[in-house]
Write a protein that binds this ligand. Structure first.
Ligand code: ADP
Ligand code: MG
Length: 360
């Protein structure tokens, strides 16, 4: 909704009063010890810029306070989000990533949080808080690049190995069916071939994340199915599974098999982290109306802080016979499901928290 010229002017006047009134009392406090922020009026002009913002953008306040949003952000961003700043009805906080473009040159990647300023119950402008994410973004891009390379490599290898393995497995079964002696060695060979096939399957996910079948999935049911699969392994390690669900019938949109793979990977790691047994907690809840949250918590030795940044890298493993694919494949799947993964770990144990957008 666009406002008439007079209406915009009236609100801009109100905002100026708001800024004057608050300048001494609040902004000085905010400016000294807070995030970089500015205030934008209903015309999209920067009406107030704090000290941290000046420093972040390396541009004096008086110059910045002449600018409009269009001068500051890349045009692609502003087309999408500009309407937010003019809408009276939007009373929510918004958060998005963007690029600062100063003096028509790309300057830095930022995360933007904007929320409206109310004056007498009317929206008269917006606070816009900036966070420099240039480094974070570069790290993310590097990781993505690495994953893409690893993915291509994996695809090549998996493809080359899959066909001969299929042939070997087929003939092995043929020989087995005719053999009348002790089957022990055959069984070992067969189970090792199955293991190779399992690894190949993981590699294929890493390489070809697009072969997905999305449908509505009841997350509670899915977790139960996964736990049924993992029970025997937990038993083997003397691990007791404790479930704490706060679900009713929440569903998400996703690929059943891929999501199962995610939780199998996390639960497998949790079990493997407790070679002498312990408790494995599976918690399921919804954090608010839009997210379901699943936690896999173990009482293992934790992930040392010097490697925690690397566990999502493909092929990174600290285990003698590990593949180093569980974490990276899971991360990739969750990303594709527009979810988030958070890892918290200390010497008492590890918590892997997955959040997925809920069907509302
Ligand atoms: P793998 O299990 O084959 O080693 P993953 O990708 O599943 O590969 O995990 C990578 C690494 O992350 C593991 O080798 C381990 O060092 C660490 N890790 C993952 N989950 C846990 C956990 N729950 N507790 C301790 N370390 C973990
Ligand atoms: Mg693993």
């Amino acid at each position: 909704m666009q406002h008439g010229v007079d209406e915009v002017k009236r609100r801009n006047c109100l905002l100026d009063i708001y800024i004057d009134v608050n300048l001494e009392r609040y902004f000085s406090v905010l400016s000294n010890d807070a995030d970089p922020f500015f205030i934008v009026n209903m015309s999209g002009k920067l009406a107030y810029v704090n000290k941290h913002c000046e420093l972040l953008l390396k541009c004096p306040k008086i110059e910045l306070e002449k600018l409009f949003l269009n001068d500051l952000f890349s045009p692609t961003f502003i087309d999408e989000s500009q309407s937010f700043f003019h809408q009276k009805s939007r009373d929510k906080l918004i958060n998005f990533d963007s690029k600062i473009t100063l003096k028509s040159r790309e300057f830095m990647d930022v995360n933007v949080t904007a929320f409206p300023i109310l004056f007498d119950k009317e929206v008269v402008g917006n606070y816009v808080v900036l966070e420099d994410i240039t480094m974070i973004k570069r790290e993310r891009e590097l990781l993505a690049e690495k994953q893409a390379v690893a993915g291509q490599l994996a695809a090549g290898i998996a493809h080359e190995i899959r066909n001969p393995i299929t042939a070997i497995k087929g003939f092995l079964q043929l020989i087995m069916s005719e053999y009348t002696g002790d089957m022990m060695y055959f069984k070992v060979v067969e189970s090792e071939i199955n293991r190779i096939e399992g690894i190949l399957k993981e590699l294929m996910i890493l390489a070809k994340p697009n072969q997905t079948h999305y449908e509505e999935v009841n997350i509670h049911v899915l977790l139960e199915q996964v736990l049924a699969l993992m029970e025997s392994q937990a038993l083997l390690y003397n691990v007791e599974v404790e479930k704490k669900y706060r679900f009713t019938d929440e569903t998400i949109i996703g690929d059943q098999n891929q999501l199962k793979q995610v939780f199998i990977n996390y639960i497998k790691n949790a079990i493997e982290a407790m070679p002498n047994g312990g408790s494995l907690f599976i918690e399921g809840s919804y954090s608010d109306i839009s997210w379901v949250q699943i936690r896999v918590i173990d009482q293992g030795g934790g992930i040392p802080s010097d490697i925690i940044g690397r566990i999502h890298e493909p092929f990174f493993t600290t285990k003698e016979s590990g593949t180093g694919l569980g974490m990276s494949v899971s991360y990739q799947i969750i990303e594709e499901h527009k979810g988030k993964v958070k890892i918290m770990s200390n010497t008492q144990g590890t918590c892997v928290e997955v959040q997925l957008p809920m069907v509302t």
